[in-house]
Design a protein around this ligand. Structure first.
Ligand SMILES: *Cc1c(COP(=O)(O)O)cnc(C)c1O
Length: 416
């Protein structure tokens, strides 16, 4: 380990050069740590809330308290935080199915949504007949971001009509080479939308954005947010689950869709997850800070090595994703393999691109994680399509990301 002194020095020098930037997020982490701590104190979290429930899960105080804590942290009226929400895709789909009705349409205004969401809309015809939104008579419009990555306000104004019930914003870049939307920018979008329509529901896919900034989207005018607990807000401890937060009237509809209108929030056994949800969200601000530091270091090192990177080391960040443009398929595969080899779990396996459910192109995923598919843990993935970009994210500890980068740079002989 660390035999390649050139690479070791390269990384150590880089760290010195960007020391200020690496520390830039510490104040945000402190602010968010205090926000989470206060929410727990304010809601009088106690040992008894960690108790597990079975069966219907009636009177599960821990589940109810967890949802109050999440609502407070995310500046929302109400929250659903459940192991029965199986992923981010499920959480986001629940929102759409929960609040949209036949004859309604909705409009994505940050370009095409994330691959696994897009196919549920029905416009690609892949799952029609199985209950896509289109099967229920729900229409869809899409407004691309402009060349400079700004939101196309003129086009939104042109396409909005009386049946437009929901505006869909994706905060994170997903598999695209744009900067994530800052919460401030999301606030500007909300103000603009409100000049056109007082009632349209503004939804934000908040995946990968949690705890990056001091504010969250519901604090700047967004009505509903959703995300995955095996990303930022689970802090690496939540073993499965998703969350949805927002205005009470909408969360009521979504809870009714998750279970049934007659039982809505009142059921849902927690099967022992509550302690890890609360402990996970408690450490999440600090874990997210580690992941951001890892992403900044990755960005700086690869830029120095001559690669195109998004975002740059000194750009403002609103998600934990770091994209590196490799341009060649083989290089993408090799890089992902070095990340896998530097993982704590399954370090000896060789990842291959495969047809993952819900994705259009084969995807290679390096994720040697304690929790399957967890991407708050260090992970790197890439859809097999030009320009062959690796999307790397996570890192429970900054030191782990550094070790993985050392391995990749030395094994792939990137430092000429
Ligand atoms: C991860 C992600 C999703 C989907 O979440 P899964 O938990 O993988 O289903 C949706 N949108 C964005 C922007 C994401 O990063």
């Amino acid at each position: 380990m660390f035999e390649n002194k050139n690479v070791l020095n390269f990384i150590a020098n880089a760290e010195k050069e960007i020391d200020q930037i690496l520390r830039q997020h510490d104040a945000t982490a402190l602010f968010n740590q205090n926000k989470v701590l206060s929410a727990m104190q304010h809601n009088r979290l106690a040992e008894r809330h960690f108790a597990s429930s079975t069966g219907y899960g009636y009177n599960d105080d821990g589940r109810e308290l967890t949802e109050k804590v999440f609502a407070e942290i995310f500046g929302a009226e109400k929250a659903l935080v459940r192991p029965s929400i199986v992923s981010g895709t499920h959480a986001i789909s629940l929102v759409l199915y929960g609040v949209l009705r036949p004859g309604d349409n909705f409009m994505a205004i940050t370009g095409r949504p994330y691959d696994t969401i897009y196919s549920n809309i029905g416009t690609d015809g892949k799952y029609n007949g199985l209950g896509t939104l289109q099967d229920f008579g729900i229409g869809y419009k899409e407004v691309d971001l402009k060349e400079d990555n700004s939101v196309d306000y003129e086009k939104i104004k042109e396409l909005m009509d009386d049946n437009t019930k929901l505006i869909y914003i994706q905060r994170s870049t997903g598999y695209s080479l744009r900067d994530a939307l800052t919460v401030e920018k999301i606030g500007e979008i909300c103000s603009f939308i409100r000049t056109l329509d007082d009632d349209v529901i503004i939804f934000t896919d908040n995946c990968y954005g949690e705890f990056i900034e001091e504010k969250e989207p519901c604090e700047v005018g967004v009505d509903i947010i959703a995300g995955s607990l095996i990303k930022n807000p689970g802090g690496g401890l939540a073993q499965t689950g998703g969350y949805i937060c927002g205005k009470e009237k909408y969360i009521d509809m979504i809870a009714s869709r998750l279970t049934a209108p007659s039982i809505a929030y009142e059921v849902g056994a927690t099967l022992g997850v509550t302690r890890s949800y609360l402990q996970g969200v408690f450490i999440a601000p600090s874990v997210v800070n580690n992941a951001i530091k890892g992403a900044i270091l990755t960005s700086y090192l690869f830029e120095k090595l001559g690669f195109e990177v998004f975002p740059k080391f000194n750009s403002s960040r609103s998600d934990i994703i770091q994209a590196i443009v490799f341009k060649e398929k083989e290089k993408v595969i090799s890089y992902c393999r070095t990340i896998q080899a530097a993982s704590p779990v399954d370090s000896y396996v060789t990842p291959e691109p495969w047809d993952m459910p819900g994705y259009d192109d084969p995807v290679i995923m390096a994720a040697g994680n304690f929790i399957q598919g967890s991407s708050i843990e260090l992970s790197a993935d890439s859809p097999m399509r030009p320009p062959f970009v690796v999307y790397q994210q996570g890192g429970l500890t900054y030191e782990h990301v550094k070790i993985a980068l050392y391995n990749a740079i030395s094994e792939l002989n990137l430092l000429k």
